[in-house]
Design a binder for this molecule. Structure first.
Ligand code: PFF
Length: 461
């Protein structure tokens, strides 16, 4: 089977950055920054991105390009007799589960666009916005309808292929995203009282920073850069040998971080200007911001732009999540692209039903004390992602070998790769250790170890 490739450098960058820039940047980053005290958290996040994010991204690009295969096939090609391909299966499964609930949040965004355009959203009293949001997400038919819309758009692009679908639409949507962000940023920072929001974002207060925030920063770096689930690996397999992977990884990382910061500059000055709380968690964009738009002149217009911006960011990410699963099925089981995409999308819709209902009629159902949606999110973001991340690092660092990876990264000497030694240290040692700590922390094992640690002296005595 002939493999599709990205046709242009710009298209490749738009697709990879489009995958990275998503709900993680515009919805999650602002609220975890709000929760962890603002600027100090951002500084830690930036260190994590540079120190761990870029080297792991380079490793995934290199693995994909070297093997010219999907996330499962890549391991099979390099280690045909070993079980490393299970790491690929874990990544593909993670992408599938994440997409099943990511599309639900994207669906809420689409429903908010329709409500912003008609002016309904800005007609709700600020104090009633929380109930309004809950009223929307706890229904059955409406969220499922919007979930279907998101999956249908995503499938339409993926069926068209890498060059004529993923690349073409990313190249079109990413510039629009930047234009919308800039318009909204200018609006937000020119509001009366905006400076407090900028201070919150850029003046560090280290007293708010806990070890937990540091682990949250590393975890989010992975989430935001689309690492650990085979996305970057799969995109890497569509890249030509003449491409410089170091500059590509740096550009994707810079764009991703820039959008997260710009989203913060859109959100926090407005939140402070209207005297609202910056730490309202996941409800920040669905409840707090509509209150901001309501008080603004031309509020419905800016609300529509804002939710359109998030919808674009979300769609370029759902495309990449679906591409990972489709690439795996078309290549490993020789299923035709269109057929694979439709079947997987139907499966995603079905798997997404319990998550959708967990905000409404199934809100009482709990798995280990979490709602179905939260359980899926926890399992994938906090357990599967870091676990797959460690395995990718060990594979590249020790099995394939960081020297071989470095050769691929430099396109076999065509480009210089000055920081090879640092890179080697990070993939072999630093990244697996730090990601391992996140894993122990989020699974609660670290707490158990700590309590065993404090009990030990008593036992010895
Ligand atoms: N990187 C994208 C985001 O930040 O929204 C998409 C994404 C990738 C989401 C990986 C979740 C994830 F685990």
């Amino acid at each position: 089977m002939k493999r599709d490739n990205f046709a242009t450098r710009l298209g490749l960058l738009a697709a990879a950055a489009g995958s990275a820039v998503g709900l993680g940047n515009i919805w999650k980053f602002p609220y975890i920054t709000g929760k962890n005290g603002g600027a100090a958290f951002i500084l830690v996040y930036l260190v994590c991105i540079v120190l761990i994010g870029v080297p792991v991204m380079l490793s995934e690009f290199a693995l994909g390009r070297k093997t010219q295969a999907n996330a499962v096939g890549a391991y099979k090609k390099l280690e045909p007799k070993k079980s490393w391909y299970l790491t690929g299966i874990l990544s593909v499964l993670t992408a599938f589960i994440i997409l099943s609930y990511y599309a639900i949040i994207a669906g809420w965004v689409f429903s908010y666009i329709s409500k912003a355009i008609t002016g309904k959203l800005t007609s709700v009293a600020p104090s009633a916005l929380g109930d309004y949001f809950n009223g929307i997400i706890s229904q059955t038919a409406q969220p499922l309808f919007w979930n279907f819309v998101v999956l249908a758009i995503t499938a339409f692009v993926v069926i068209a292929g890498v060059k004529d679908g993923v690349e073409k639409y990313s190249k079109m949507l990413m510039p629009i995203l930047f234009v919308l962000l800039i318009i909204l940023m200018v609006r937000s920072v020119t509001l009366h009282g905006a400076s407090k929001g900028l201070e919150f974002l850029f003046k560090p207060d280290f007293s708010q920073l806990t070890p937990a925030s540091i682990l949250e920063a590393v975890g989010h770096a992975f989430y935001s850069l689309s690492l650990g689930m085979g996305i970057i690996m799969t995109y890497g397999s569509y890249i030509k040998k003449e491409e410089n992977l170091v500059s590509l990884s740096l550009q994707v990382t810079v764009l991703d971080t820039l959008v997260a910061l710009m989203a913060g500059i859109v959100i926090f000055p407005a939140v402070f200007a209207y005297g609202l709380e910056p730490n309202s968690g996941p409800a920040l964009i669905f409840v707090t911001l509509p209150a901001v738009f309501k008080s603004m002149p031309f509020g419905s217009f800016f609300a529509t732009l804002f939710f359109a911006l998030i919808a674009i960011a979300a769609i370029t990410s759902t495309i990449s999540l679906l591409e990972v699963v489709v690439a795996c099925f078309t290549e490993q089981f020789s299923i035709e692209r269109k057929k694979a995409t439709i079947l997987i999308s139907i499966a995603l819709f079905i798997v997404g039903i319990p998550s959708t209902l967990s905000f409404g009629v199934w809100s009482d159902v709990s798995i280990f004390g979490k709602s179905i949606f939260d359980a899926f999110d926890f399992l994938t973001s906090n357990i599967f992602l870091p676990f797959a991340g460690i395995l990718v690092c060990i594979f590249v660092g020790w099995i394939w070998g960081s020297k071989n990876a470095a050769k691929e990264i430099s396109s076999y000497g065509a480009f210089s790769f000055k920081l090879e030694k640092v890179y080697s240290f990070v993939v072999k040692v630093l990244a697996p250790v730090v990601i391992g700590m996140i894993f122990l922390y989020f699974t609660g094992i670290m707490d158990k170890l700590k309590s065993v640690g404090t009990m030990l002296p008593n036992i010895v005595l």
